[in-house]
Design a binder for this molecule. Sequence first.
Ligand code: GLP
Length: 262
Amino acid sequence: MEIVIVRDAAEAGRVAALKIASVVERKPDAVLGLATGSSPLGIYESLAARVEAGELDFSRASGFALDEYVGIPLDHPESYASVIRRDVVEPLGMDPARVRVPDGRADDIEVAAAEYDEAIAAAGGIDIQILGIGANGHIGFNEPTSSFASRTRIKTLAPQTRADNARFFDDPSQVPTHCMTQGLGTILDAHEVVLVAQGSAKASAVAGMVEGPLSAMCPGSALQLHQHATIVVDEEAAALLTLSDYYRYTYANKPVWQRFEH
Ligand code: GLP
């Protein structure tokens, strides 16, 4: 894992965006793993500004969303299909036909989930997976006790996750109870992963993910098994890391050939 500690939330978005930009510059038809939530918004804003300036082009890239609610209409403003279209596809100028979101309304959820994993594999796998982390350590919607080997499937949302996401809905009771999410095994198959976390509410989850034992109780800790995971955190989210001086030292002394900043 590479841990990058930055000043604030805005800087986290900017630095993580450099990582995604470098992949798309190298491979214009890259396959992106797309996360929702507030954490990656700074990434998308930073990338959109570079698209606007004519420096980056996502028109040939494709995308697979991490997850989707089960039980809300596709055109609901908070369905992840809507969120991905609004926050990612439109601002980045992606081709909507090349972006898929798990089908939370499928008649046969199990078949739809298996097909989703098959589609990712058929696309050559995800080149770079963008991630946030929940306060309880979830990534995607893989709640605590999710199997590290799990594939895309239906999950029940933890009460804390429903409460955390209530801010997006008019009424907390409207937050769906279920979702379809890429599994931890699906996420670990991505060629590269970049996770962003900002704010003190994420500090405990970040510490568990980076320095805690490998444990299904902290699904993010599965990323310790990934060969190429970059974790970009602001000072507040890094507050409970015991080796933060070492991470700063490592980043400050990165050899030029390893740097992803321009
Ligand atoms: C959401 C999403 C996750 C996200 C997490 C944190 O419910 N399913 O992909 O990383 O919870 O959300 P936020 O970034 O808004 O804190």
